[in-house]
Design a protein around this ligand. Sequence first.
Ligand code: ACO
Length: 317
Amino acid sequence: MKIIGTGSALPRKTVSNDDLSQFLDTSDEWITTRTGIKTRQIITDERFEDLAIEAARRALEASHLDPKDIDYIVTSNVGNSYVTPSVSSLVQGALGCSCPTMDINSACAGFIYGMDLVESFMQSGRATNVLLLAAEAVTRFVDWTMRETCVLFGDGAGAVVAQKSDNLLGMKLTSIPLPEVIWYQRPLEHTPFETGTGVDTHHPMTLKGREVFRMAVTSASHDLKEVVEKAGLELDQVDHFVLHQANKRIIDAIQENLGLPAKKFHSNICKRGNTSSASVPILLDELVRDGVIHDGEIVAFSAFGAGFVTGTCVMRW
Ligand code: ACO
């Protein structure tokens, strides 16, 4: 696959660390030094699905394809307003595409898992052009009284149009069953058959930050090396690293482990916060529209998330 169009969309409201400290026992100093985040965009009255549709529309426009040229729509999403139908179905209806649709949930690594899925559709001859999105509204399911989680997140959507080609040079996905490091159990409807002795049906978003931090740095440093080497490249041949934006210190630690120049490790977390699986395609769209990535350059992607899952890949632009 190669990427022939990118797009993104963000909520209108920007929330600063000082805004958060009005109602939480936190400070700009704590959030900035621990995470690198200064502001984030948060959904207020917008419909979450409209962000996904707008990001998809922009990616489609940039690709110069017609909606009818799209063979599949895949969206990575952790939680949204509709449990069903899928975000992909809503996007399809709005754009006027006539193709199969599906959503996937591989937490914050979902965009890379989506790239793997799209590549296999293309390799099997079942698709030539695929619209791949990641759309997230994490701020609608964090507990806004829990300072250790809610300050980290923002909302948004990113999309790409991928086309069949041999530009994807390597891919590695991993999953270790460690549900306790990041989890959220949404409230469920009650039934007349409950006995009241079952497990709680709701649990706020909880994360073991230090454990996640350590696993993220270790796995990304290792997997980036492995994927790049297996693709027959040297690490210093990679021109751009587009990593999940969970914490600027995680990105800096990976850069230091790999011993490469900081300017290759792009970041927008200071403005966007952690937008879960949307962070990689939102950052990618900003880089493409700013003219940072050029034809023929090597771009490496890596993301991690609840599971604990990781996804890493390298492609020629
Ligand atoms: N404001 C002020 N103080 C806070 C806040 C806050 N918002 N949040 C926590 N604290 C306090 C804690 O209560 C603790 O106080 P104590 O020492 O008195 O007990 C102190 O700050 C240190 O807390 P830690 O959790 O140890 O802080 P740490 O330096 O590990 O940073 C963080 C936390 C930012 C979450 C970091 O561990 C991290 O980035 N982890 C990995 C990424 C991650 O988990 N992202 C979440 C999303 S999941 C995903 O993207 C896949």
